[in-house]
Structures are given as C-alpha cells and as structure tokens.
Design a protein around this ligand. Sequence first.
Ligand SMILES: *Cc1c(COP(=O)(O)O)cnc(C)c1O
Length: 293
Amino acid sequence: MKRDDLTGLALGGNKTRKLAFILHDAIAKGCDTVITAGASQSNHCRQTAAAAAQLQLECHLVLGGQAPDTPNGNLLLDTLFEPKIHWAGQHRKGEDIPKITKALAAQGKKPYVIPYGGSSELGAYSFVNALEELETQIETNTLSHLIFASSSGGTHAGLMLGKALLNKQYELIGINIDKGETDAVPFDQFIINLANKTSQFINANITFSHDDLILNSDYVGEGYGVVGEPEKEAIALMAKHEGILLDPVYTGRAMAGLIDMIRSGKLTQQDKVLFWHTGGAPSLFAYADKFKH
Ligand SMILES: *Cc1c(COP(=O)(O)O)cnc(C)c1O
C-alpha cells in the first residue's frame, strides 16, 4: 500500500501532491486568491483551504449542497481555515467558478482557479512525480497491478503518464467512484485528454488512446458519496485486520473493488498488487450514522 493518506497537510491525502505544484504556480503568477470546488465533504477543498491558510492566500470554496446546521468531517475542518464558502446546490464540480472568479477580479483581486479535484496538468504532473518517488521505495518491476480510486482524473492521468515515461508493465486500474451523470465530457475521455495535455505540458512525446486506459466502473454503486455495504465491509476489514483507515467515498469503494477482484479470481495469489491509498478518512465522521450497529 502506498500511504498517501499520510502525506500531511491537515490530515493528508493525494491532494497534498497536486497542491504543492499548483500553489507554487499560483504564487509564481502573483495571485493572491485561490478558488476551487467540490462536494461538501471534499478532501480536495479541505486541503486547499489548509494550504491557502499556510501560504496566506485568500481562499474561496464552491461547495455542492447547502450549509448544514452542524458542519462535520471535512466541512468542519474547512471552517477552521476560514475560507469563504459559496454554497452551490447541485453544482459540485465548479460550474459556478467562472462567475465568482469574475466578481473577485472586479474587486481587484488576482484569483487563481484550481479546477475540480485539482485535476489540471500540474495536478496530474504531481503523480508523475509520485511514481518517481515510488521507484525509490520499492522494486516496481515485479508489480502486476496498481489499483486506486479515480474521480476527477488527475491522479489517473498522472499515473498513466508516469508509467509510460518509466516504461512499466503493470496494469494500472482506476476504480471509478462517480457515475458522472452530469459530466460534459465522458470521464474516460477526460482522463485521456488530461494525460495527453500533461504529456505536452512536460514536452514528453507520448500520446494516449482508449487502449491505454483501464477505468473500472463496476463499483460506482448508488453514485458519488453514497456509502453501501461493499464500502462498509472494505472499511471494516482494513480497520480490523490492518489498523488502517479507509474512507467511505473513495478508498473504501476502491478497496471494495480490489476485494471483489480477489473473490472473483481476477486477482490471484501470484499477483503483486499495490493499492494506492489516496486518503479521505476525515469524511468518516460525516458518515457516522451509516456505521450504527
Ligand atoms: C480526490 C480523491 C481521489 C481521486 O483522485 P482524483 O485525482 O480526483 O481522481 C481519491 N481518493 C481521495 C481520498 C480523494 O480525495
């Protein structure tokens, strides 16, 4: 297991990697305000608000849903960093960002837009960098599979590009987290486009097509953020047998997929599987009622 739940920055997660590159760019461009979007339990928004506080940047979060009476989980942590929160109802993927950005610019601020999930070229590039880090930690030539939760595409696109650059043979399996009913571009196409844009961005001469992508959508269940029995079982097994916390939205679902692949014989004892733990456990607290005995 690659423990990106332990990356640090306000309880960690994979967004630490993306933000390290993205916020460097924001500061280099002279921006004083960052704006991003996500669900009310977004790990990306929690970590963005924390990083902005650390760097003394003004932070605007555009969150799906509406303000609850009692903030919990990630949203509780968000409030401690004191970002400006804009409640956006059905719009949890940044649909309202252009409007708010325009208003901020009109007030004389220099806003920097961080797309949904931090999945820009720089965000994806942080996962090329992450695979280079992995090379210093384990012998990856013996790996048969690398499995992770895929949701806004940056992690997936970056790992695809990193794997190609390092010339690795393992299967890169992204477990799709989101049904994506409202996506303008189908998620598989979005990931390929982002991998290609990131490749161009770093002047790598690599082009990706659908043949290069494994996005497994068998485990989306009732959709984004809806915890079901498979996620609960995966969270319970990992806690009880390993003392490791998964989360209800992403890693619980991805691990449920991995467990199902073992049970159905798609993964065998001969396989060497790396699970990339992308974080997320702070949202467990917001799902307390789902874990009643
Ligand atoms: C954002 C996130 C992911 C998905 O990463 P993407 O790059 O958005 O696909 C997975 N797990 C957790 C805990 C996350 O917060």
